[in-house]
Design a protein around this ligand. Structure first.
Ligand code: MN3
Length: 200
């Protein structure tokens, strides 16, 4: 059985950048619904007992497993998203990662601009990502439940740009939400740890 992971912070810890009400709905209702539906779909058949990453890799691109893939991808993406944020986030970037951001984007500011642009440019529901492709850092976008896991890229940071992620706090203003995410929420230590793990 897949389980909804507990948030690594209190519901009100990310305010005012992300409200308790948003987390209550987003984690407690949206993410929970993906997990519940996923469990219903894998209860019998070839995916029974399989690890989440394996479900995603095996279901991707199979039209008959599209609904199951969507639940599994959303479970994985959200679990990644929660761990990429913290109370008092958005501050200093650990040295090794900062150097790599400067090497691959020109400057940290330039990275922020490009990441924000990707969040805004994702048409409809989806995700923007900072990934490590084996050689360098890169920014990518995925639609709906798609995930860099199936591209062989190591996901380092993601911003959920589904409307349910920002509509309570920012209404239709996705750029304002992305600014808040970058300035006040990103857990750069967690991103740096993922980078170290991906490089090894
Ligand atoms: Mn979401």
């Amino acid at each position: 059985m897949f389980e909804l992971p507990e948030l690594p912070y209190a519901l009100d810890a990310l305010a005012p950048y992300m409200s308790a009400e948003t987390l209550e709905f987003h984690h407690g209702k949206h993410h929970r619904a993906y997990v519940d539906k996923l469990n219903e779909l894998v209860v019998e058949g070839p995916y029974k007992g399989m690890a989440l990453e394996d479900v995603i890799r095996q279901a991707v691109g199979k039209p008959e497993d599209r609904v199951l893939f969507n639940q599994a991808g959303q479970h994985w993406n959200h679990s990644h998203f929660w761990l990429g944020m913290k109370k008092g986030g958005g501050g200093n970037i650990p040295g090794t990662l900062e150097k790599q951001l400067i090497a691959d984007f020109g400057s940290v500011d330039r990275f922020r601009q490009e990441f924000k642009a990707a969040c805004i440019a994702q048409f409809g529901s989806g995700w923007a990502w900072l990934v490590f492709d084996g050689e360098k850092l890169a920014i990518t976008k995925t639609g709906n439940a798609d995930t860099p896991l199936t591209d062989g890229h190591a996901a380092l940071l993601t911003c959920d740009v589904w409307e349910h992620s920002y509509y309570i706090d920012y209404r239709n203003l996705r750029p304002k939400y992305v600014d808040a995410f970058l300035e006040g929420l990103v857990n750069w230590e967690a991103v740096a740890d993922r980078f170290e793990a991906a490089v090894q």
